[in-house]
Ligand binder design. Structure first.
Ligand code: NAP
Length: 310
């Protein structure tokens, strides 16, 4: 396993983080709790010590399943959860207020069966002044309920307000993969200006980069990827992604690695000192993704993958 110490912290984490969104059991087609529990066991047995979840994933179900899977190993791993998205009167709204932050954290701690989260992440920013958000986080930190803070999906116009907080946030997560390079500059900005470790979500393009889908793939209506906003599976973007997959298949074969592992390796090699979050639905998928660690793409392979994905 490859490990990295997250910036501004003493947290030494695996460069592969298990993503908890599918564990919510909602909007990802067929899922099965036992398969998630086995995947968590396999992850830990192979050196993964980093787990990403959020209060919104399956409205808390992801945190419950994660706690069940970790059992008495909770203290051996790094858990990050998120707050800031809530359902009010049936509508999804962003809420970073300290009052809601505390309410959300208490509920997450109960579901996670723990008295602290290692990293508490602002899922999306709202208009609460950043000073108030940071004060709220620091208060929870003083109480021992949160060890460190993280950022996620910060829009460009909300970046400058963060500049006074260099060396405060340990990480910053955004969508990034061979199928999505549009936030690369933002990620560079945050990692340089705020000194925060870049984390990638949607690292497998929600599954398109695994090589198992083709132009005729159709998802059931209980799978979010059936909707056109999941652009990776629709129209011209789908065609382009399938071309990338063809190159990935050749490179994977040359190294004797799996296609998803090769897609993950691209991020590990291309985005310096990053951590890849990948969601999985089974032990088999976890093992296949673990194949991404402890080797490198050649400079020529990196150049080619860069060229075809930009
Ligand atoms: N901060 C944010 O706003 C944000 C947003 C989204 C996600 N995230 C985090 O990032 C994580 C990763 O993103 P994601 O889960 O949306 O997408 P992803 O990691 O790109 O794709 C995950 C999906 O790909 C398929 N898959 C994964 N490994 C595979 C393998 N080895 N072989 C075949 N299929 C495989 C599985 O679905 P199928 O088997 O059904 O294809 C899995 O659910 C999330 O779980 C979550 O923790 C954060």
């Amino acid at each position: 396993m490859e490990y990295i110490t997250l910036k501004n912290s003493d947290l030494k984490v695996s460069r592969l983080c298990m993503g908890g969104c599918p564990m919510g059991g909602y909007g990802w087609g067929e899922t099965n709790e036992q398969n998630f529990l086995t995947a968590i066991d396999t992850a830990i047995a192979n050196g993964v010590n980093y787990f990403d979840t959020a209060d919104t994933y399956g409205l808390g179900q992801s945190e419950i399943t994660l706690a069940k899977g970790l059992g008495n190993k909770r203290k051996d791993v790094v858990i990050q959860s998120k707050f800031g998205v809530r359902i009010l009167d049936g509508k999804t709204v962003y809420d970073n207020s300290p009052e809601y932050m505390r309410e959300a954290l208490e509920k997450s701690l109960t579901r996670l069966n723990t008295d602290y989260v290692d990293i508490y992440v602002i899922h999306y920013r709202d208009n609460t002044p950043i000073e108030e958000v940071v004060d709220g986080l620091k208060t929870l930190q003083k109480e021992g309920k949160v060890r460190y803070f993280g950022l996620s999906n910060i829009q460009k116009e909300k970046m400058d307000e963060l500049l006074p907080y260099k060396n405060l946030f340990v990480n910053f997560q955004n969508e990034y993969s061979l199928a999505c390079r549009k936030f690369e500059e933002d990620m560079q900005f945050v990692s340089d200006k705020l000194n925060a470790t870049p984390l990638t979500w949607g690292s497998l393009g929600q599954g398109i980069l695994t090589g198992k889908y083709d132009i005729n793939t159709k998802f059931d209506s209980n799978d979010r990827r059936s909707r056109e906003i999941y652009v990776n599976f629709h129209g011209e973007k789908l065609k382009k992604n399938l071309e990338i997959v063809e190159e990935l298949k050749k490179i994977a074969a040359a190294h004797g690695k799996t296609v998803p592992a090769t897609a993950i390796r691209f991020i590990l090699d291309n985005l310096k000192d990053s951590v890849v979050i990948a969601g999985v639905k089974s032990e088999k998928q976890m093992l296949s993704n673990l194949d991404a660690l402890d080797w490198s793409l050649s400079q020529e392979e990196l150049k080619l993958l860069n060229q075809i994905s930009l």
